[in-house]
Design a protein around this ligand. Structure first.
Ligand code: NAI
Ligand code: MG
Length: 335
């Protein structure tokens, strides 16, 4: 994705976390290990169990491990998720949240031909804790849009489009009502676009986009948007392609990158070997592209596609009865 030189040895921070986080991580590493790449895994603790054991949900050592590594794979945390994942994003200044929305066969995807990326600004907008306060009348939140952060995320989106053979970037905003904040966002979008003459542009209001995602999802390639809108639209995207067990994500910053499934620790099925590891696997494929191992990423992705196409080895959420590790074995067999 953005590392041009490829090397053959990588230090990867592994933070399995709680519940099925540990199970899907094990399954993913099982496949990663057969790709012929030299990974040094450095394990870090975080989450509910870590809190119970050490008194903190995110120990400093874990942050240090993530900081030193080339990339981090994160499973899921339980009740402490907000303290863990939000804190890592802040500490590591992970400004871009990437949520691919892609239809796979034999899933609950509502359409067959969906394949787009949502690039969400992760550091400002409506989601700054200190900017939300109680007042005498009720409560108030300030929406912060800075030129620096929005330029950075929009440039990231165009660059992503360029590197991934996408032909169009769509900006999503509400500039008709939020004239100043989103007016500025839209203005910056078209300024940055001038640096990328080969990429087509369009911009839509967020409410219209919520509808277009249902009526014409095949028209989207890369969506770039502010924090709150990106949060909502990416869950709509998850609904479009059906099922938490299939949705990966990435958090990218200047100091590091973290790849995690969108789902949580799933206490209802944890420990039973029922979890679908594909969301974690697809997250690790995003990591492979990030570190520049595109060939391995393609191979891994094709193996998952093959398993889904065959439809013989599927976990319960996909209507099958295979275990987490049986699915991992099937993916490995198809590499
Ligand atoms: P969840 O994503 O853990 O589970 C929601 C439902 O989807 C459950 O029925 C679960 O069994 C199912 N599911 C999720 N992932 C699956 C997979 N890979 N395979 C098969 N089925 C899967 O969300 P929930 O139940 O709202 O939260 C459970 C815990 O996870 C909470 O403590 C929450 O705080 C935490 N959480 C952590 C996140 C993170 O670490 N990034 C994100 C979301 C929730
Ligand atoms: Mg969300």
């Amino acid at each position: 994705m953005n590392t041009s030189k490829t090397k053959n040895n990588y230090q990867i921070a592994i933070v399995p976390g709680d519940g099925i986080g540990k199970e899907v991580m094990e399954a993913t590493i099982f496949v990663l290990d057969s790709l012929g790449i030299d990974f040094d895994y450095v394990y870090g603790e975080a989450g509910d169990e870590c809190l119970e054991k050490t008194g903190t949900a995110l120990p400093k050592e874990t942050l240090d491990i993530i900081r030193k590594a080339d990339a981090c794979l994160f499973g899921a945390a339980g009740e402490t998720a907000a303290d863990v994942i939000v804190k890592i994003r802040q500490e590591m200044k992970m400004f871009a949240n990437l949520r691919p929305v892609k239809a796979y066969p034999n899933t609950n995807s509502l359409f067959d031909n969906i394949d787009f990326m949502i690039v969400r600004e992760n550091t400002e907008g409506m989601y700054i804790a200190d900017e939300e306060k109680y007042t005498d009348e009720g409560a108030v939140a300030r929406r912060i849009i800075t030129r620096e952060a929005e330029e950075r995320i929009i440039d990231y989106a165009f660059n992503y489009a360029l590197k991934n053979n996408k032909s169009k970037v769509t900006a999503v905003h509400k500039a008709n009502v939020l004239k100043k904040t989103d007016g500025l966002f839209k203005e910056i979008f078209y300024e940055v676009a001038e640096k990328y003459p080969d990429i087509a542009t369009e911009d839509f209001y967020v409410d219209a986009t919520a509808m277009y995602l249902i009526t014409q999802p095949e028209n989207f390639e890369v969506i770039v948007t502010t924090n709150l809108f990106g949060d909502i639209l990416s869950d709509e995207g998850a609904g479009l392609v059906g099922g938490l067990g299939l949705i990966p994500s990435a958090n990218i910053g200047e100091d590091g990158a973290l790849f995690e499934p969108v789902h949580g620790s799933a206490p209802d099925i944890a420990g039973e070997g029922k979890a679908n590891p594909i969301a974690m696997m697809l997250s690790s494929i995003m990591m492979l592209r990030y570190i520049g191992e595109d060939e391995a990423a393609d191979k891994f992705d094709a193996a998952i596609l093959k398993v889904l196409n065959d439809g013989n080895v599927l976990t319960g959420d996909l209507g099958g009865s295979a275990t987490t590790m049986e699915l991992a074995q099937a993916v490995k067999n198809n590499l």
